[in-house]
Design a protein around this ligand. Structure first.
Ligand SMILES: Cc1cc2nc3c(=O)[nH]c(=O)nc-3n(C[C@H](O)[C@H](O)[C@H](O)COP(=O)(O)O)c2cc1C
Length: 335
């Protein structure tokens, strides 16, 4: 019989990483009373009756002895916004609990807050598992919350969303050019989204372009004519001069000297312009919140991640507007 070829450890690790998992932090209390915990994605359910779960801990983990001696431990299933906590508990040799607000669980095990689920366990079995120890725990108590989960896939944190939400609104159009075309989806979404914001703009007698410029000037406090022409051309098109002129005529912006001699004139909001911009931005944020509330937990964050990535691919120079002249010179625009 031929022997199987030895496994390539790196490829093996990568292949295991294709299995998307949630992320947990597992905590316990050491015999000396210190709090112990680490990030683990080897967690899994074992049995409903009796209620059993398992996870595995590397033999070289600094936490090993504490878990081997502990009667109780707790598994915390992390929510999407707990990535910083996951990163912290994956580090070695630091005080992972510093500044963290904890509760006391069974056996004085430290319990973290804001998690999607917590399982308080008593060690049922420990098994040797190669370079890991497998802990099986009997679940004595649990609680849960409905938030988007933190996901780990191929060595990176990821978003998760339920499938099935993207059914075509009209089954007759399934897979048709219109229903599936990115331009249609983006364009129609933008149009519908902005038609709601436009109500607030109309009350202030402001065009879309004037609003784009006004809101940009709240962040880019002084914008040179050069930056206006280049940095905002994809948004304002040939309307940039008209938009700047309209804001100046209405006393919402003023023309000032440029940041460098070579750049010529520049624009800045007046106090009145800043106040109006803040009013309109909060109205726009309210429209955004109402809209995003209709998505499932986590989907809003995922949508924004994907749109940022799309924008980075389709308009790599868009970030240049926010950079200093020195940084700008160093970064290739890709254009
Ligand atoms: C997403 C993720 C999942 C992990 N899963 C495990 C795991 O299941 N078992 C394990 O022993 N280490 C796992 N680790 C690594 C430990 O968190 C890391 O080695 C940690 O520093 C161990 O801390 P300690 O040495 O203080 O015990 C994981 C790390 C990350 C980022």
């Amino acid at each position: 019989m031929t022997q199987p070829a030895p496994l390539d450890p790196q490829e093996f690790r990568k292949a295991l990483g294709t299995f998307a998992t949630g992320v947990t932090i597992i905590t316990t209390r050491a015999p000396d009373g210190s709090q112990v915990g680490l990030t683990a994605n080897s967690f899994n359910s074992v049995s409903l009756n009796p209620p059993l779960v398992l996870w595995s801990l590397a033999n070289n983990s600094l936490s090993l002895e504490a878990f081997q001696k502990a009667e109780n431990w707790a598994v915390h299933v992390l929510a999407a916004d707990q990535e910083p906590l996951s990163t912290r508990f994956a580090k070695r040799g630091i005080d992972k609990f510093a500044g963290i607000d904890i509760e006391q669980g069974l056996g004085e095990v430290p319990l973290l807050r804001g998690c999607n689920a917590r399982f308080q366990c008593r060690t049922a079995f420990q098994y040797e598992g190669g370079d890991h120890v497998i802990f099986v725990g009997e679940v004595l108590a649990f609680d849960r919350a409905e938030n988007a989960p933190l996901v780990f896939h191929s060595g990176r944190y990821a978003h998760a969303a339920h499938k099935g939400g993207n059914q075509p609104r009209n089954p007759a159009l399934a897979g048709s050019f219109n229903e599936d075309f990115l331009g249609y989806l983006l364009g129609r979404s933008h149009f519908q989204f902005f038609s709601q914001i436009r109500k607030a703009l109309a009350e202030e007698n402001l065009s879309d372009e004037e609003f784009y410029l006004l809101s940009t000037l709240t962040l880019k406090r002084i914008m040179s004519a050069d930056e206006l022409d280049n940095g905002m051309s994809s948004v304002l098109g040939e309307h940039s001069d008209a938009a700047a002129g309209a804001l100046i005529r209405r006393g919402l912006a003023r023309s000032v000297g440029g940041t460098t001699d070579a750049e010529g004139p520049a624009f800045q909001l007046t106090n009145e312009g800043s106040a109006l911009a803040l009013r309109l931005i909060s109205a726009a944020k309210a429209v955004e919140s109402q809209l995003l509330e209709r998505l499932a937990p986590g989907e809003a964050a995922m949508l924004k991640t994907l749109l940022h990535r799309l924008l980075g691919a389709i308009d790599p120079g868009s970030g240049l507007l926010w950079q200093t002249p020195d940084a700008k010179a160093a970064v290739p625009t890709g254009a």
